[in-house]
Design a protein around this ligand. Structure first.
Ligand code: COI
Length: 355
């Protein structure tokens, strides 16, 4: 762990915390008082500091802006009923960030910078962690290339930064999603399995087209056969068909979601049958037609569980059972919420108390 002495800390002289009701703010728009920064140059990480959250002067030649060497993570801190602040499975985010870094030819971030920097940041900004049942502090660690150069090559310099924002529910209501057949989120051999910024940029146009048709999100299918569902929007995708929990098997086109993994583990703990495999749109439509499609939902750090209320497929809309009639997803949602609040036995040791 990085000793706090190695991180130069400049605390804010004017906290903005009292300006907001942090239990009631829009997602991703209000930022906590401080940010953590680590700089990489000459082949090593150096200069770790925490400073008041602020804009920074930037060259318009910054390589991240032109060639997309930009990766990120999404994670959350929770305040338990007894006032402690804990992170949910932070080492999974740490490992995944470094997987993304390798794929994008960026340097890996050492544990003492990622976890150590985050610990120090949260000690300063613990007052920004919402106390409401559905609230959390959304944490955005990210890395960008910072060479000022227009030639296409991996940058020699990088910044790893952590910013935080109090957050409530990502989706206020269950969502309506459209199965997308023309545009693809990721391709074999591509970067779909990592959290590269470009994965999100390329999703925006098809999402906009779906939104113009009255849907909130799309369901992505595989680019090779166009037959199998992969993810929904920025989330992993799950179905309950009959008594089985189904989700697409991980591959190089699907992100290994931490919420995905947690939901599967809880389902297995509860004795539910779980299948990770290819799921075709035909299978989903057949299950809808014969009445065995009980639930569909997305999983992700920001959304946790986003219930899908209807699926659009080839100009038809397929309504799903009411949320009140769903047996698994509301229950697992509540279980994870309580676990994060310290009200459930943490049998998998997923929570890491930081202050
Ligand atoms: C997350 O769930 O953390 C995501 O990455 C989704 C989105 C906010 C980009």
């Amino acid at each position: 762990m990085i000793a706090s002495a190695e991180i130069k800390i400049t605390p804010t002289t004017k906290s903005r915390l009292s300006e907001y009701d942090i239990n009631n703010v829009p997602f991703g728009k209000i930022f906590a008082d401080h940010m953590f920064v680590a700089e990489y140059e000459n082949g090593k990480w150096s200069k770790c500091y925490i400073q008041p959250y602020q804009d920074v002067p930037m060259s318009y030649a910054l390589s991240a802006l032109h060639y997309g060497q930009a990766i990120f993570e999404g994670m959350k801190a929770y305040k338990s009923d007894d006032g402690h602040v804990s992170l949910f499975r932070p080492y999974e985010n740490f490992n995944r960030l470094n997987k993304s870094a390798i794929r994008m030819a960026m340097p890996e971030v050492p544990e003492e910078i990622f976890i150590g920097g985050l610990r120090e940041l949260l000690k300063l900004d613990q007052g920004w962690v919402p106390t409401s049942d559905t609230g959390s502090l959304y944490i955005r660690p990210f890395m960008i290339s910072t060479d000022e150069a227009i030639g296409v090559k991996a940058s020699d310099t990088y910044k790893f930064i952590i910013i935080c924002c109090p957050a409530g529910k990502y989706y206020a209501e269950p969502v309506k999603v459209l199965i997308e057949h023309h545009y693809f989120r990721s391709v074999r051999g591509g970067v779909g399995y990592v959290k590269a910024a470009g994965n999100y940029g390329r999703s925006l146009y098809p999402t906009k087209l779906a939104q113009e048709k009255g849907f909130q999100q799309v369901i992505w299918t595989d680019s090779e056969t166009n037959k199998y569902v992969e993810e929904s929007g920025t989330m992993n995708l799950m179905f309950v068909i009959g008594d089985t929990l189904l989700t697409p098997a991980l591959s190089d086109t699907i992100l290994a979601g931490i919420t995905r993994d947690s939901v599967l583990a809880v389902a297995r703990d509860w004795g539910m049958k779980v299948e990770e495999r290819k799921i075709s749109t035909e299978e989903i439509m057949a299950a809808h037609a014969n009445g065995t499609l009980k639930e569909a939902f997305g999983t992700g750090t920001a959304a946790t569980i986003a219930h899908i209320r209807a699926i659009g497929y080839e100009d038809n809309l397929y309504e799903l059972p009411a949320i009140e009639d769903r047996k698994f997803s509301p229950k697992v949602d509540e279980f994870l919420r309580n676990l994060r609040k310290g009200r459930e036995n943490d049998m998998h040791h997923w929570m890491l108390q930081v202050c």
